[in-house]
Structure formats: C-alpha cells, structure tokens
Design a protein around this ligand. Structure first.
Ligand code: OOG
Ligand code: NI
Length: 329
C-alpha cells in the first residue's frame, strides 16, 4: 500500500521522516496531558464539536528547574534538533522565572488535521531561577535533580511517556517548595509534563474566533477561567489576547505515603490580531461581507501579532496557583 495509506491519511504531501517523528512525540505528550486533565479534554471536545472544524494549537508550554543542564535547554534541545528556532526571552523577576519561546520550522507542513495534526505550534519553555530560592528550597530541588542521573538529557522522552526523571518527593518537601514558589512545587510533582496546550482562537471558524465569545462559551459550559488580573489578558499593543482555565488537580502519592491533591495542567486560549501594517488589506475597506470573509481567509499567521507578553504570561502562570484552584464561583 502507499505511504499515505500507511500514515492513515489521504493527504497527498504526506509528512515524512523527522517531522513525522516530531509530531509523534507531540502526540504522546498530548495523550499524557489529556489522560490527566479531564477539563482540557472536555474543552477540546466541546470546542471541536461547536466548530465542526479542525482546531489548531497556538503553542505548547513546559516548566523546568533552572539549574545548569536542567533548565529551559533540557527541553529546548529536542525542539532545536527538530527545526525550531529560538526567539525572545521573557523575564519575571517577582516570580523568579525566565522563559524562552521557539517558533516552528518554516518548512513544516500544515498537517492537514486537528490539534497536533494541524500546523506545528510555537513552544514556550520557562525555568525557575533556582539560585534565587532559599537554601532549603535549593537543597530539595538539587537533591531531586541529582536523583535523576542524566535525566536532563531525556526531558522530551519523560514528557512523552508521562514519567518523572527523579524520585517522588515527600509531602513536606512539596509543601516547603509550595510555600516559596508554587511554580517550583508544580514542577517537582509534574516534571516535564505538558503544562498546557493553547487553542488558536483566531483560527476557529465560528463566532468563537473572537476570544470574548470563546470565554463566554467556556464559562457558560460550566468551566472556570483564571481570573487573575481579569479573565482576558491583553498585551499593551492590544494585539495579543489570552485566557486560560484553572488547572485540574489530581491525587499524588508522595514518598512518605501521604496522598494529597496537587495541581496538574490547564488549557489556554489565544487570539492574535492582525498587525497594523497589514490592516489595510483590501478586505477591510470593501464592506462587502462575503468578499470580506473570503479575503480574511487570505490573512496568514505571519500577518498577525507574534510572540508572547510578560504582563499576560505573569497572570497565566497563576492558572496552577492555590488562589485560583480554591476560588469559589
Ligand atoms: C506559562 C504561563 C505563560 C503564556 O502563554 O504566556 C503562558 C506557565 O504557566 O508555565 O503560558
Ligand atoms: Ni501559554
């Protein structure tokens, strides 16, 4: 049989070699994520059925401990090897975090499907600046990192298998980290697991392509959105709009036998508006609704606001915080 049949797709420019492997790894990371996070799974299903159209991912995000060899680079190396390009750095001094984002290979395929099978997403990887933590917290983080051996070289593998590369911590160690940095505590128990996937709102086809409608739809369907600094996070230029759910939580069995609920992952939504220099594409001026829709379809991702925004991200990090998880209503 032909290669495209073997891939389970009738797409004529079937995806080959390294890109197929990259997509396979992302699929595995996603299946770990969907198994652990029923809210994310339900929302993907809900938006997909409301749309009756394939949905695309804007980005995927990971967290790491910023200790030499274990930080952003440990996860980034996989994406760099598979054609991603390093982009801007973002700093969060109050949270003692930094992040980098990576854009997908320019020559990658559209994918022709939904989610991971669509256009390849951006990648957002952050790290805790461990040497700015208290000595106690640093000691715990370094102990678990040491227990992982060369685990730092297998961050992507661990993520796609849903495994921690280090031993399970005790509950008191988790609490010590949580008292100082909820990000640190999250990373200790979730490791390299996908922190969130982000639905690309502007690439939806129904009125849900407007993130305000999407947010209303999600809330009316009974899901809670992260309210930190307001549900809708807007960049200073007004062109990057983001929102996210409050993370699901899961029982975690600690090494001392205690089983306690810990935050897992969440799902995010992002709408990227058309950049001012492309605003005057004829579509906008014509006032002919049919023509406008047709021409708007000519607007490509590169015509839109790219990248991330510190002010938005700072609030989105709170999607796994105790404050948001324990919020009522
Ligand atoms: C990442 C939060 C920031 C974005 O898109 O700006 C973010 C995290 O919670 O690890 O996702
Ligand atoms: Ni994000």
């Amino acid at each position: 049989s032909s290669r495209s049949e073997q891939n389970g797709s009738s797409h004529k420019s079937s995806i080959q070699g390294s890109e197929a492997f990259l997509r396979g790894v992302l699929e595995s990371m996603q299946s770990v994520y969907l198994n652990r996070n029923p809210t994310a799974e339900a929302i993907l299903e809900l938006v997909h059925s409301a749309e009756n159209n394939p949905l695309c991912y804007d980005h995927l995000a990971f967290r790491t401990f910023g200790v030499t060899g274990y930080g952003i680079d440990s996860m980034a190396s996989f994406f760099l090897d598979y054609g991603y390009t390093r982009r801007e750095e973002l700093r969060f001094p109050a949270k003692k975090l930094r992040a980098l984002w990576f854009s997908p290979p320019a020559d990658s395929q559209d994918g022709g499907g939904r989610g991971i099978k669509g256009p390849l997403p951006r990648i957002f990887i952050s790290e805790l600046i461990v040497d700015q933590m208290s000595p106690q917290t640093q000691e715990i983080i370094k102990k678990y990192i040491a227990s992982s051996g060369n685990g730092n070289q297998y961050a992507a593998l661990a993520s796609s298998l849903g495994l921690l590369t280090w031993e399970k911590p005790s509950y008191s160690e988790f609490q010590q980290l949580a008292s100082e940095s909820e990000y640190a505590a999250w990373t200790l128990v979730n490791g390299h697991a996908l922190n969130h996937v982000t639905i690309s709102a502007h690439r939806l086809k129904t009125e849900l392509r407007d993130i305000k409608n999407l947010n209303r739809f999600i809330e009316e369907s009974g899901f809670r959105l992260n309210s930190e600094g307001g549900v809708l996070k807007v960049s200073p230029d007004g062109l990057l709009l983001q929102s996210s759910t409050v993370a699901d939580s899961m029982p975690f069995q600690f090494s001392d036998g205690a089983t306690e609920s810990v935050p897992c992952s969440y799902i995010e939504f992002a709408e990227r508006l058309v950049l001012p220099q492309y605003k005057n594409l004829p579509a906008i001026e014509l006032g002919n609704a049919d023509l406008k829709i047709k021409l708007m379809e000519q607007v490509k991702e590169f015509h839109r606001r790219d990248g991330f925004e510190v002010g938005n991200a700072d609030k989105i990090f709170e999607s796994t915080s105790k404050d948001q998880l324990s919020r009522v209503g």
